[in-house]
Design a binder for this molecule. Structure first.
Ligand code: ZN
Length: 115
């Protein structure tokens, strides 16, 4: 499962950060997940619960923030929030279909709280 691999990586990065900060434990991991990243929140949560025992994040809480899809139209030089599926959105100004991506594809750790 894709999400398990991602979460293993997140926990690894989190553990390294905690160690660098001289912290023993991680209290909170906040993730930003893009609408187009193809990652399922429930699967991420499941992977987190399954993988966290034995790591510095064993008592940590997981926060998942969803980053909405954005589209940008070069002709109109605007960026807008898009709810289009399949990566296509209609420009609200000229009505042309544009590729909707911008802020929708990432998965990243936005912050960590360590003790
Ligand atoms: Zn446009």
């Amino acid at each position: 499962m894709h999400e398990a691999g991602l979460m293993a990586r997140v926990l690894e990065i989190a553990a390294r950060h905690a160690e660098e900060a001289g912290a023993g434990r991680i209290r909170l991991i906040a993730l930003r997940v893009g609408a187009l990243s193809g990652v399922e929140k429930e699967s991420l949560r499941f992977a987190f619960e399954a993988l966290k025992p034995g790591t510095p994040a064993r008592e940590a809480e997981l926060l998942i923030e969803e980053v909405p899809l954005r589209g940008s139209c070069e002709a109109c030089n605007i960026e807008f929030a898009a709810d289009g599926l399949y990566g296509i959105a209609l420009c609200p100004s000229c009505g042309e279909p544009v590729a909707a991506v911008a802020a929708g594809e990432e998965l990243e750790i936005s912050y960590l709280e360590v003790i």
